[in-house]
Design a protein around this ligand. Sequence first.
Ligand code: BG6
Length: 507
Amino acid sequence: MADANPFQDPLRFERRVPSCAVVIFGANGDLTKRKLLPSLYRLAFERRLPQGFAVIGISRTAMTDVEFRKKMESSVKEFLENSPFDQELWDDFARGLYYIAGDVADAALYQRLSVRLDEISQIRQTAGNALFYLSTQPSHYATAAEGLGNAGLARAAGGAWRRLVVEKPFGHDQSSAKDLELALHRHFSEEQIYRIDHYLGKETVQNILAFRFGNPLFEPLWNRQYIQHVQITAAESIGVEGRGGYYQEAGALRDMIQNHLLQVLATVAMEPSAVFEPTAVRDERAKLLRSIRIYKPDDVDTFAVAGQYGPSASGAKAMPGFRQEEGVDPKAMTDTYAAVEFQIDNWRWAGVPFYVRSGKRMPKRVTDIAIRFNPVPHSLFSSDTARPNMLILRIQPEEGISLRFSSKQPGPGMKLRPVSMDFNYGTSFGMRTPTAYETLLVDAMTGDATLYTRQDMVEASWEAVQPVLDVWGDRKADPFPNYAAGSWGPRESDEMLSRKGHEWRIP
Ligand code: BG6
């Protein structure tokens, strides 16, 4: 299926956003206040939004436009992080914010939205273009898409576009992902659907493509002959932060690995596309995801480990266990930590383990990818001082790339010590890095789906984790808690690697 090609201007950053309205379902929710509005405001601050622009917020809470603007003003001030807040610019931006109260299941909501969209298109000159952003509870996605479709809002007259952005999770498992897809496709075509995975919008994740395909240095080494294994870590120090209800149903494998980390894995392992164009890039990602080995139920205990944190009294602050967190069932069998060894069955990667782990309440927040090269074929120096070469792609919070190699320690004898060569985004570029949501909102508004996931990728990544979810879901005994809050996860995860002579790197 061909995507619209937005690459008239190959400099993605320079592309102009066309006049449009962004309609946010779930406007009273966390994502709107933490990410969407602060990102839109930053884009306005950097003069990247068009003259003809409006935001329509929708949720059940009764609110006037003025109240919505006030509420968004305090959220933006709170969540802008290090960007400046300019009151005059905000006042101007806020004149384009509107609000509609309503229930996604009520057909009358879409009639009101239709009337408002027409009025606002006139007042704000948005040219009839609209980006519908589903940031509600996932159980409402299909209902909202249906409501929009039945009210005729999925199509616009006179060449205007309509697009639908869907937040993860895309289903709860393989079969519900298919059901959701059918519901979305009833009214929207694949070209209109933008499935957001905010990891793909992170600058450092995009830079993996630049690093791999813009430099000839490492590509010859990027395969099974030179790489021993790859570790992808996404550790969070926070717990479930008031999201206990959602999280206890999801767990780490669904929440982070099925989507974000498999997309990162695909970015590290995919083949170069012939051109940098949405269909071509996404075809390569999809092909890689389809090459992941699907485990049999009997293999799951060998290749996957689940963990759940228990309370910790160590350190300055005592932390509750997962089962003691607010909104969590005291018997919840949720994985707050998951580690999986993925195997990629293709010529480039056969036999190279890709170890992927993610957990809540780890000792620190860090996301990185460590690529460990093979040891030297014959060691000339004392083996306990030489260390294998390692390339570390640092996604967050420190953003950069480090290359670790061995160097002679000054002085007599030939003692080697690992040293590191570092590239750091902040010092090299000296400019603010756009957040993932800024990048992805611009992309959706300009019609560039390169960094959005496609249905075939969603299905392939569900397929890759489904056997693990099934085995974990059928557990009879209760293995939890099996790691203390503030530690690096369960012992079984270390054992999974040590069986192959490998060990987790401490990031
Ligand atoms: C979300 C998950 O998709 O990603 C959260 O639902 C997680 O549980 C978050 O905390 C992590 O995102 P980031 O950008 O902070 O690494």
